[in-house]
Design a protein around this ligand. Sequence first.
Ligand SMILES: *Cc1c(COP(=O)(O)O)cnc(C)c1O
Length: 393
Amino acid sequence: MRILSLKKENSFLPFSIPSVSEKDIDEVVDTLRSNWITVGPKTKIFENNFKEYIGCKHAIAVNSCTAGLHLALVVTGVGYGDDVITTPYTFCATAEVIEHLGAKPIFVDIRRDTFNIDCNKIANAISDKTKAIIPVHIAGHPCEMEKLIHVAQENKIPIIEDAAHALGAEINNLKIGNIGDITSFSFYATKNLTTGEGGMVTTNNDEFAEKIRLLCLHGMSRDAWKRYSSEGSWYYEILYPGYKYNMSDIQAALGLNQLKNFDHYQRIREEYVQLYNNSFKDIAEIEIPLTKLNIKHAWHLYIIKLNLDLLTINRNEFIQKLFDHNIGTSVHFIPLHYQPYYQKKYGYKNNDFPNAEYVYERVISLPLYPKMTKDDVFRVIDTVISIIKKHRI
Ligand SMILES: *Cc1c(COP(=O)(O)O)cnc(C)c1O
């Protein structure tokens, strides 16, 4: 193994490569040849299979997780002047959809162990203006949904989950997507299941489902795509000024086949996580990701946290050293209250969200994807350990 990993030392190991198989490609080509390339039969099948996989009542395919979050806020009635509680430790998409509606994101600090929103701090952030809560299951580790549901129900506030990282994650054997009021998944190129660009909204609420279905294709009367098929007609009705957020059959063809292989890919991620964990667990300079007992982790990301007190280099220097050894990494996430737009608009200062800041200074996301080989994983492990050995205090 060592010999192999040395041989590969010269090639760059990207942070992420999508798991696109030859069969995936065949399915897409098949759709391209079918004369039906936009939303249609494959999207319907993908929605049905996805719904079955999650075990929920409704699944609506959209063209991104961002679009799904936006629609979720619209159908739960969030509008101008409202507050929406979320985390500063997320991708910009989570908060920008709140801004789009003229509402205000109310950031609640995170836990230092899972990097998820601290559900014990949510009650304090709720006011008369609070109209929704958007938790984010960072890296694929579920938030404490029991606590969250308790505080949300007490205040009659809907929970909209940003599950961009959390396809396959579970709490007490219940899949994410079957817990909160509305959940939005991402099929962006780097995510555990990809359609290039795409997303899926799930809910057990009939009314939300029907509205989201309408709004994601211009607010056009139901199953308007049928109007071009033998069973349809040219007639349609616009019930709302909707959005152009539908998924195409080209994307759905890819998604369908990806879903077939999803559990297999997840097992590879789990196996690589075990290799990482076993190699790093006794190294004081690194903290490995926490996995609580009652949950299943989706392992979208493998995030290590550096113990900076024991190192002579900081996180950025650590990343540069990994890059010098041809290993791509990333940082999830730059807290949103550090971003110029949010700083200017809301006047955030350093230390407003101390845990998000503490974690941000210390984390590195290591490569984790099924197209890596075991030797790639060992190469990352060896390189991380060699950097630590050279830069111990
Ligand atoms: C990727 C991501 C999104 C956005 O997903 P899209 O499908 O690209 O819209 C939203 N939230 C988080 C936490 C993400 O990582």
